[in-house]
Design a protein around this ligand. Structure first.
Ligand code: ATP
Ligand code: MG
Length: 223
């Protein structure tokens, strides 16, 4: 096999960040990725003038230890399928190829190390994930490197989030958490998995390519 042929069988290259001044990162289990993630990422991209949004599927996440998470290569593939139609979206393997748990601060640090000093990094999460912020490790490291964007789901009490953050975060970090409202996005991976297990439709809750992949591979039929 020639070197060129061999290259075809190598895992996908890591994301190239040349000329990226404003980068968004969206971490998640993506089991499966859905329109909530995609609409949020696109809203932040356009709202904050980002050059690129990189989706970072997690390895085996510590907080999902109670449930069997779909193998990482399948979650990676679903994330690839879902993002292929958006030229500003990319998928990183960084947490998948790392052994052990990954902390957000490590992942942010990894991307930061490849960008120029004056570039801006935005870490996009759902507001529910922000509420778990105190359990995050390396908080100082995280806030010194990025701004957090907290996407709120419908019916979410933004005020209570702000009050909790005020109680739990150092004052200088409060301005580094920016809430944004994402319209009509009550979609969750849990609900999609439950629907599949119950034989209900998941159409339009996620990209058709991901829906077809789930059915073809018979994912989630047992919950
Ligand atoms: P699960 O139901 O298994 O917890 P999930 O739908 O919350 O899955 P994750 O992969 O856990 O999906 O989420 C990745 C990130 O996307 C988290 O920061 C989460 O808060 C955020 N997120 C999840 N669903 C939405 C949504 N509908 N709108 C905006 N952000 C979301
Ligand atoms: Mg979740």
């Amino acid at each position: 096999m020639s070197t060129n042929e061999q290259a075809l069988f190598l895992p996908a290259d890591e994301v190239v960040l040349t000329n990226v001044k404003r980068l968004g990162l969206m971490g998640g289990t993506f089991d499966p990725i859905h329109q909530g993630h995609l609409v949020t990422a696109e809203a932040v991209r356009t709202g904050f003038g980002l050059d690129k949004v990189v989706f970072v599927p997690s390895g085996q996440p510590p907080h999902k230890a109670d449930r069997k998470v779909t193998p990482k290569e399948r979650r990676f593939l679903m994330t690839e399928l879902a993002t292929v139609t958006n030229p500003y979206f990319e998928v990183s393997r960084v947490e998948l190829d790392r052994t052990g748990f990954s902390y957000s601060a490590d992942t942010v640090g990894f991307f930061r190390s490849q960008m120029e000093k004056d570039s801006e990094l935005y870490f996009i999460t759902g507001a529910d994930a922000i509420m778990e912020i105190i359990t995050w490790k390396k908080l100082d490291e995280l806030f010194s490197q990025c701004t957090l964007i907290a996407a709120t789901r419908p019916g979410f009490q933004e005020k209570s989030m702000v009050e909790r953050l005020e109680r739990q975060l150092k004052p200088e970090y409060l301005s580094k958490v920016i809430p944004i409202e994402v319209p009509a996005m009550a979609i969750s991976s849990t609900d999609i998995r439950d629907r599949v297990a119950l034989g209900r439709s998941i159409k339009y809750l996620l990209p058709e390519s991901v829906e077809l992949y789930i059915h073809k591979q018979e994912l989630y039929i047992h919950g």
